[in-house]
Design a protein around this ligand. Structure first.
Ligand SMILES: [Zn+2]
Length: 228
């Protein structure tokens, strides 16, 4: 009966694919099969010295680094990131996180990860958006990988100024006091996977990693949905 009601409802209010906006068919959630097949996946989780890992060379002691997809200007990933960050579609984050997580868990080094830690937003910005997109991604990854998500331990202290048109040094100055850890004992001795939506210069993830690496025995890896 419920399923009949569901079918009737979707006849009048079809759920649309977040990627291409065509109606979803039975069994499809958030993304249609075509869009899922079209995702420009990097496969970086299969190689240690991939381009995302190279961003952090000589900057922070990062064990593993990867991105799910390349940021295709004008393409599906950019569209999905826009839905996630500016259109209130937090379910897009969870869906991408699930897809990403089910790829990562097939790669042996990622099975060593013990905790997922989303890059936090400033509380003011999170209230405005209603959610932290990185935490939504982390929720999906957590479900697919069977690894707990720890929210609220890593916190963002200040609003960061816009970071474009600045050199790496100035950008670093800008973010260095940005993050702090509450209850460091929860992270002590753990292998953490920092989760973010996009990596570009790596400055934000670097700042998070430096903060977390102050805790004895932590190992830090990073994973983002897109890399520019
Ligand atoms: Zn689609």
């Amino acid at each position: 009966m419920l399923s009949l009601l569901d079918d009737l409802l979707s006849l009048f209010y079809p759920r649309l694919c977040a990627g291409c906006e065509t109606p979803l068919v039975k069994g499809e959630e958030i993304l249609c099969l075509g869009c899922m097949a079209d995702l420009p996946k990097t496969g970086f989780e299969k190689t240690a010295d991939n381009p995302v890992a190279q961003i952090f060379w000589g900057r922070a002691d990062i064990r593993l680094a990867t991105s799910f997809c390349t940021f295709d200007k004008g393409g599906i990933v950019q569209h999905l990131m826009h839905q996630l960050k500016y259109k209130g579609s937090k379910e897009v984050g969870e869906k991408l996180g699930r897809l990403f997580g089910s790829d990562l868990i097939r790669s042996a080094p990622y099975r060593e990860v013990e905790l997922l830690v989303p890059v936090p937003l400033h509380p003011k910005r999170e209230r405005k958006r209603g959610y932290n997109q990185s935490a939504e991604i982390g929720r999906g990854m957590s479900a697919a990988m069977g690894i707990p998500l720890l929210n609220g331990t890593l916190v963002r202290n200040h609003y960061s100024a816009t970071q474009t048109n600045k050199g790496r040094f100035e950008r670093w100055e800008n973010v260095r006091e940005l993050f702090s850890v509450q209850h460091p004992e929860l992270l002590e001795g753990k292998h953490l996977l920092l989760v973010d939506d996009v990596v570009t210069t790596g400055a934000t993830l670097e700042a998070c990693a430096q903060e977390v690496l102050k805790i004895p025995g932590t190992i830090v890896s990073v994973a983002t949905i897109a890399c520019a």
